[in-house]
Design a protein around this ligand. Sequence first.
Ligand SMILES: Cc1cc2nc3c(=O)[nH]c(=O)nc-3n(C[C@H](O)[C@H](O)[C@H](O)COP(=O)(O)OP(=O)(O)OC[C@H]3O[C@@H](n4cnc5c(N)ncnc54)[C@H](O)[C@@H]3O)c2cc1C
Length: 383
Amino acid sequence: MSNPRPIYLEEHEAFRASVRHFVEKSILPHYEHFTEERMIDRSVWLEAGSLGLLGLHVPEEYGGQDAGDYRFTAIVHEELAKVSVGMSSSFGIHFDTVAPYLIELGTPEQKARWLPGFADGSKITAIAMTEPGGGSDLGALRTTATETSEGWVLNGSKTFITNGYRADLTVVAARTGTGKASRSISLFAVEDGMAGFTRGRKLDKVGQPECDTAELFFTDLELPRTSLIGELGRGFIHMMERLPQERLFGAITNLAHAADILLETIEYAKERKAFGQAIGSFQHNRFLLAELVTTVDVAQAFLDQCILAHVNGALTPVQAAKAKWWTAQVQNDVLDACVQMYGGYGYMREYRVARAWMDARVTKIWAGSNEIMKELIGRDLGL
Ligand SMILES: Cc1cc2nc3c(=O)[nH]c(=O)nc-3n(C[C@H](O)[C@H](O)[C@H](O)COP(=O)(O)OP(=O)(O)OC[C@H]3O[C@@H](n4cnc5c(N)ncnc54)[C@H](O)[C@@H]3O)c2cc1C
């Protein structure tokens, strides 16, 4: 698609080259293995950590890079998304979604305990908001944390948790009071091996087989006082404040993923012949590909504005919602058209386009569905 993108400077592109090298050397050759295991090997996490990709925004004193510029994060997502949505999602939940909870809300003791392992890849993380009873209505969650003289006792369950099967540390949202969600939900760190913490099987998803997505169960799980993340009763607000970044990350991944498959499809359309000519040379297909490239470029222009706004601390929840639902829609429309262009091969799992199509379906559902994004935008219109 259109290049170069003016939001990126020389230093960003140099960083991109190093991320690409890591992807080509350490991820692509093992991708099939990860899909068979339904999990990314820990060795790759450790390598990503040693290259500084996981601790991009972790302060240096805790072993991170303190990059202070979200464009570096965006580049990691873009390069991982070229492998698959799942790759960007699994790593991104860790280094992008969970990071601000630990870095911005953690006490000095919590940071010293968790962040070095977070940055070097030895402590993989997850975030657990969604429950079997519902994900869109986050304020209605039912997992409870009851206060005791020692700390809290956690009871309940979560589902669809990315990295959930293997995470060493999971940020869990639980109810600590009654009444309005904005005052009655808190966040807790649940660590691997705690008595009363069990995990279900790796869930059998339609796409993204390389990600471990799991159910989590908490049964009379005793949490020490030091496991509370942020302020007691303000967990819902803490999440609302950080969801725009998670939605921006989703949007970056959606578009980079779609753009990469579209480029591949354009090449296919030049080579595949029917009726004695390249299928891309039929006016229908030529116009269709022209429309799809335009759609991606126009979406990219808005998304790049959002990335820059976030770099400047000015991204609004509504901008992030627009970026997320629109790119999810564009991605799904583009990939459906790409599958069509590949004909029968587009329906074969061994083809990248088929896998991409299956991987992408969830982006209209997770991290706030397209309907919920439109609710946020609509409410902002005063409707
Ligand atoms: C692969 C995968 C990975 C995930 N990873 C994580 C994770 O790491 N952590 C985590 O906490 N969650 C995760 N999720 C959960 C995800 O965020 C939820 O699935 C999502 O928020 C929707 O919740 P739900 O599935 O309960 O659907 P529901 O909330 O039951 O919604 C069902 C349908 O109703 C629609 N709907 C609901 N409310 C409204 C409304 N007001 N107006 C119009 N339509 C509405 C929804 O848009 C949806 O189409 C993941 C999900 C998947 C599939």
